[in-house]
Design a protein around this ligand. Structure first.
Ligand code: FES
Ligand code: FES
Length: 163
């Protein structure tokens, strides 16, 4: 067994787990934060994306022990003071989801993408950046619209490209 210590959504947490435990399983099963999903556990679908020290990572691809000492943000940590994060609000406004299974990963990827590219984001870049996130429902169009809209809201970037 190994001891894992993390800061998750601003809270210090720790727990014992087997050395082979994936970060996503630690988050879901030890911490009870089930907003982070498992769609494949082979690094393909992106439903498990969280932020580790500010960067989006696929939490099915990292061992919990490797993440020990880091600061992790999950989908549960995005809303603040009872208000949705602008990316969450944009997904809601633009109907960027249907069943919602991919949505936590999409949102976490989008937040990181917007923070890295700021106002420079355009539709083509968003589609490229979403390469690692699979959605079986939406056809992606409304997801791209939502990310463009959130980018405009947060950085004054181009909003019109996917409208
Ligand atoms: S569960 Fe991590 S990429 Fe699919
Ligand atoms: S909304 Fe159903 S998988 Fe994306």
């Amino acid at each position: 067994m190994a001891k894992v210590k993390l800061t998750v959504n601003g809270r210090a947490v720790s727990g014992d787990c087997e050395e082979r435990t994936l970060l996503v399983h630690f988050i879901r099963e030890k911490l009870g934060l089930t907003g982070t999903h498992v769609g494949c556990d082979t690094t393909q679908c992106g439903t498990c994306v969280v932020h580790m020290d500010g960067k989006s990572v696929k939490s099915c691809t990292i061992l919990a022990v490797q993440a020990s000492g880091s600061s992790v943000t999950t989908i549960e940590g995005l809303a603040a003071n009872g208000e949705l994060h602008p990316v969450q609000a944009a997904f809601k406004e633009h109907h960027g989801l249907q069943c919602g299974f991919c949505t936590p990963g999409m949102v976490m990827t989008a937040v990181d993408m917007i923070s890295r590219h700021g106002g420079q984001l355009d539709e083509q870049m968003i589609r490229q950046e979403l390469e690692g996130n699979i959605c079986r429902c939406t056809g992606y169009h409304n997801i791209v619209k939502a990310v463009l809209s959130a980018n405009a809201e947060m950085h004054g970037g181009a909003k019109q490209a996917a409208e």
